[in-house]
Design a protein around this ligand. Structure first.
Ligand code: NI
Length: 186
Protein backbone atom coordinates (compact mmCIF):
# COMPACT_ATOMS: atom_id res chain seq x y z
CA UNK A 1 0.00 0.00 0.00
CA UNK A 2 1.05 3.55 -0.57
CA UNK A 3 0.04 7.08 0.28
CA UNK A 4 -0.68 8.79 -3.02
CA UNK A 5 -0.17 12.41 -4.00
CA UNK A 6 -3.40 14.43 -4.02
CA UNK A 7 -4.18 16.60 -7.04
CA UNK A 8 -5.23 20.16 -6.25
CA UNK A 9 -7.78 22.38 -7.95
CA UNK A 10 -6.37 23.52 -11.27
CA UNK A 11 -4.91 20.12 -12.23
CA UNK A 12 -6.60 18.90 -15.44
CA UNK A 13 -7.30 15.42 -13.97
CA UNK A 14 -9.88 17.10 -11.70
CA UNK A 15 -11.71 18.72 -14.62
CA UNK A 16 -12.24 15.78 -16.97
CA UNK A 17 -14.84 13.04 -16.94
CA UNK A 18 -13.36 9.87 -15.43
CA UNK A 19 -13.64 6.59 -17.34
CA UNK A 20 -15.87 3.65 -16.44
CA UNK A 21 -14.04 0.72 -14.81
CA UNK A 22 -14.30 -2.34 -17.07
CA UNK A 23 -13.80 -4.87 -14.24
CA UNK A 24 -14.35 -3.77 -10.62
CA UNK A 25 -12.63 -6.98 -9.43
CA UNK A 26 -9.38 -6.35 -11.34
CA UNK A 27 -6.30 -6.48 -9.08
CA UNK A 28 -5.28 -2.92 -10.01
CA UNK A 29 -8.67 -1.64 -8.81
CA UNK A 30 -8.24 -3.45 -5.49
CA UNK A 31 -4.76 -1.94 -5.16
CA UNK A 32 -6.12 1.51 -6.03
CA UNK A 33 -8.89 1.19 -3.42
CA UNK A 34 -6.40 0.20 -0.70
CA UNK A 35 -4.05 3.04 -1.62
CA UNK A 36 -6.95 5.50 -1.65
CA UNK A 37 -8.02 4.27 1.79
CA UNK A 38 -4.53 4.82 3.15
CA UNK A 39 -4.26 8.23 1.47
CA UNK A 40 -7.64 9.34 2.85
CA UNK A 41 -6.75 8.18 6.37
CA UNK A 42 -3.41 9.99 6.20
CA UNK A 43 -5.04 13.21 5.00
CA UNK A 44 -7.89 13.00 7.50
CA UNK A 45 -10.71 13.14 4.94
CA UNK A 46 -14.11 11.41 4.93
CA UNK A 47 -14.11 10.74 1.20
CA UNK A 48 -11.83 10.50 -1.80
CA UNK A 49 -12.32 10.04 -5.54
CA UNK A 50 -9.77 8.39 -7.85
CA UNK A 51 -9.18 11.54 -9.95
CA UNK A 52 -7.95 13.21 -6.74
CA UNK A 53 -5.03 10.77 -6.76
CA UNK A 54 -4.43 11.37 -10.49
CA UNK A 55 -6.30 8.22 -11.61
CA UNK A 56 -9.07 9.10 -14.11
CA UNK A 57 -11.36 6.16 -13.24
CA UNK A 58 -14.86 6.03 -11.73
CA UNK A 59 -13.94 4.92 -8.22
CA UNK A 60 -14.81 6.70 -4.97
CA UNK A 61 -14.60 5.80 -1.31
CA UNK A 62 -16.04 7.38 1.79
CA UNK A 63 -16.77 6.79 5.42
CA UNK A 64 -19.35 8.60 7.53
CA UNK A 65 -18.51 8.93 11.23
CA UNK A 66 -21.40 7.90 13.51
CA UNK A 67 -22.41 11.30 14.91
CA UNK A 68 -22.50 12.89 11.42
CA UNK A 69 -24.33 9.98 9.81
CA UNK A 70 -27.35 10.47 12.04
CA UNK A 71 -26.59 7.56 14.36
CA UNK A 72 -24.74 4.51 13.21
CA UNK A 73 -22.58 6.13 10.58
CA UNK A 74 -21.58 4.42 7.37
CA UNK A 75 -18.63 2.02 7.24
CA UNK A 76 -15.85 2.57 4.73
CA UNK A 77 -17.45 2.05 1.34
CA UNK A 78 -15.73 1.71 -2.03
CA UNK A 79 -18.00 2.40 -5.00
CA UNK A 80 -16.95 1.50 -8.51
CA UNK A 81 -18.92 3.05 -11.40
CA UNK A 82 -21.33 4.82 -9.03
CA UNK A 83 -24.59 6.46 -10.01
CA UNK A 84 -26.49 8.92 -7.83
CA UNK A 85 -30.06 10.08 -8.22
CA UNK A 86 -32.02 12.50 -6.04
CA UNK A 87 -35.12 11.07 -4.36
CA UNK A 88 -36.89 14.44 -4.37
CA UNK A 89 -36.20 18.13 -4.97
CA UNK A 90 -35.36 19.09 -1.39
CA UNK A 91 -31.97 20.77 -0.94
CA UNK A 92 -29.82 21.35 2.13
CA UNK A 93 -27.02 23.87 2.29
CA UNK A 94 -23.97 23.12 4.45
CA UNK A 95 -20.24 23.80 4.52
CA UNK A 96 -17.94 21.45 2.63
CA UNK A 97 -14.23 21.07 2.27
CA UNK A 98 -12.12 19.05 -0.14
CA UNK A 99 -8.61 17.60 -0.01
CA UNK A 100 -8.09 19.04 -3.51
CA UNK A 101 -9.06 22.56 -2.33
CA UNK A 102 -6.90 22.64 0.81
CA UNK A 103 -7.52 25.18 3.55
CA UNK A 104 -10.82 26.43 2.11
CA UNK A 105 -14.47 25.83 2.88
CA UNK A 106 -17.78 27.00 1.48
CA UNK A 107 -21.53 26.45 1.72
CA UNK A 108 -22.92 24.10 -0.93
CA UNK A 109 -26.54 23.21 -1.69
CA UNK A 110 -27.03 19.45 -2.20
CA UNK A 111 -29.97 17.10 -2.53
CA UNK A 112 -31.08 16.06 0.92
CA UNK A 113 -32.04 12.53 -0.07
CA UNK A 114 -30.46 10.37 -2.76
CA UNK A 115 -30.26 6.79 -3.94
CA UNK A 116 -26.89 5.52 -5.09
CA UNK A 117 -25.70 2.41 -6.82
CA UNK A 118 -22.35 0.96 -7.72
CA UNK A 119 -20.13 -2.08 -7.25
CA UNK A 120 -17.64 -3.03 -4.59
CA UNK A 121 -14.19 -4.43 -5.40
CA UNK A 122 -15.58 -7.98 -5.31
CA UNK A 123 -18.05 -7.07 -8.03
CA UNK A 124 -21.07 -7.12 -5.71
CA UNK A 125 -23.80 -4.58 -6.40
CA UNK A 126 -24.37 -1.90 -3.76
CA UNK A 127 -27.61 0.07 -3.64
CA UNK A 128 -28.45 2.42 -0.77
CA UNK A 129 -30.59 5.37 0.09
CA UNK A 130 -28.90 8.17 1.98
CA UNK A 131 -29.79 11.49 3.50
CA UNK A 132 -28.11 14.43 5.18
CA UNK A 133 -24.34 14.27 5.57
CA UNK A 134 -24.16 10.77 4.05
CA UNK A 135 -26.00 11.97 0.92
CA UNK A 136 -23.78 15.07 0.79
CA UNK A 137 -20.54 13.07 0.89
CA UNK A 138 -21.71 10.75 -1.88
CA UNK A 139 -22.73 13.68 -4.11
CA UNK A 140 -19.43 15.48 -3.44
CA UNK A 141 -17.32 12.41 -4.27
CA UNK A 142 -19.31 11.42 -7.36
CA UNK A 143 -19.08 15.00 -8.66
CA UNK A 144 -15.30 14.50 -8.80
CA UNK A 145 -15.89 11.78 -11.43
CA UNK A 146 -17.52 14.35 -13.69
CA UNK A 147 -14.89 17.04 -13.20
CA UNK A 148 -16.94 19.04 -10.71
CA UNK A 149 -15.41 20.55 -7.56
CA UNK A 150 -17.62 21.89 -4.76
CA UNK A 151 -16.91 25.60 -5.41
CA UNK A 152 -18.60 25.06 -8.81
CA UNK A 153 -21.79 24.08 -6.93
CA UNK A 154 -21.82 27.03 -4.53
CA UNK A 155 -24.80 29.38 -4.66
CA UNK A 156 -23.22 32.11 -2.52
CA UNK A 157 -19.52 32.77 -3.08
CA UNK A 158 -19.67 35.08 -0.05
CA UNK A 159 -19.55 31.93 2.10
CA UNK A 160 -16.24 30.82 0.53
CA UNK A 161 -13.18 31.30 2.69
CA UNK A 162 -10.16 29.96 4.47
CA UNK A 163 -11.05 27.57 7.30
CA UNK A 164 -8.65 29.16 9.79
CA UNK A 165 -9.92 32.69 9.08
CA UNK A 166 -13.53 31.59 9.44
CA UNK A 167 -12.79 29.74 12.69
CA UNK A 168 -11.08 32.84 14.04
CA UNK A 169 -14.01 35.04 12.99
CA UNK A 170 -16.48 32.62 14.59
CA UNK A 171 -14.46 32.56 17.82
CA UNK A 172 -14.34 36.39 17.93
CA UNK A 173 -18.09 36.58 17.30
CA UNK A 174 -18.76 34.05 20.05
CA UNK A 175 -16.54 36.02 22.45
CA UNK A 176 -18.44 39.23 21.66
CA UNK A 177 -21.76 37.52 22.27
CA UNK A 178 -20.55 36.22 25.62
CA UNK A 179 -19.27 39.68 26.59
CA UNK A 180 -22.63 41.18 25.67
CA UNK A 181 -24.42 38.58 27.77
CA UNK A 182 -22.10 39.27 30.71
CA UNK A 183 -20.81 35.71 30.49
CA UNK A 184 -17.40 35.33 32.10
CA UNK A 185 -16.54 32.65 29.60
CA UNK A 186 -16.47 29.51 31.70
NI1 NI B 1 -13.44 16.56 -2.77
Amino acid sequence: MAILKIARMGHPVLRRRAEEVADPTAPEITRLAFDMRETMADAGGVGLAAPQVHVPLRVVLFQVPGPRGGGDGVPLTVLVNPEVEPLDDELDTAFEACLSVPGLTGAVPRYRRVRYRGFDIRGRAIEREAEGFHARVVQHECDHLDGVLYPMRMADMGSFGFVDEMRRAAAVEEGQERAEQGDDGD
